[in-house]
Design a protein around this ligand. Structure first.
Ligand SMILES: [Fe+2]
Length: 165
């Protein structure tokens, strides 16, 4: 019979998933900042790259709280989302629509992270890991803020510019 698995196993696996994803995002954001045409979008990606370093540190703190070594587990979802973003960079390079496409793929990343942190926060609370829940909540707030800042940028100018060319 298969060994019983519990919420704690799910929690640990999901922690490894988002740890992998965050490190992938840390490597991807500089490429997105370089590709972005508008200065405000470049700045938004650079700011989020710095925040992402903090997200990785918080995850390392959670591993520590569990008495486990920080370890990633390949996250196919983030690989797919990032690959689609790279496709947009290739296919829209030099066009007025590029920044709108970059925002759309960055928002796909943010929403993926928001689902992961939302789940992890609830599971941490359920497991009595309140310090971990607080750490997840801090990151969740930054991901949510980044997502809404990107929407504002898209609405303020980027989508218009993409349409007007
Ligand atoms: Fe993050």
């Amino acid at each position: 019979m298969a060994k019983e698995k519990t919420l704690e196993d799910l929690f640990h696996d999901t922690l490894k998933d988002i740890y992998y994803a965050e490190r992938k995002i840390l490597k991807t954001l500089p490429k997105m900042a370089r590709a972005a045409q508008s200065d405000s979008l470049k700045a938004a990606f650079e700011k989020h790259r710095e925040e992402t370093e903090g997200h990785i540190e918080r995850l390392q703190q959670v591993f520590e709280l569990l008495g486990k070594r920080p370890q990633g587990k390949t996250c196919d979802a983030i690989e797919g989302i990032v690959a689609e973003g790279e496709e947009i960079i290739d296919e829209f390079k030099g066009t007025a629509a590029l920044d709108a496409g970059l925002i759309s793929s960055a928002q796909a990343v943010e929403h993926y992270e928001m689902t992961r942190y939302g789940t992890l926060k609830r599971w941490a609370t359920e497991l009595g890991l309140n310090d971990a829940a607080t750490l997840f909540d801090a990151t969740l707030k930054e991901e949510t803020k980044t997502d809404s800042d990107l929407t504002k940028l898209a609405d303020a100018s980027v989508n218009q510019r993409a349409k007007a060319a």
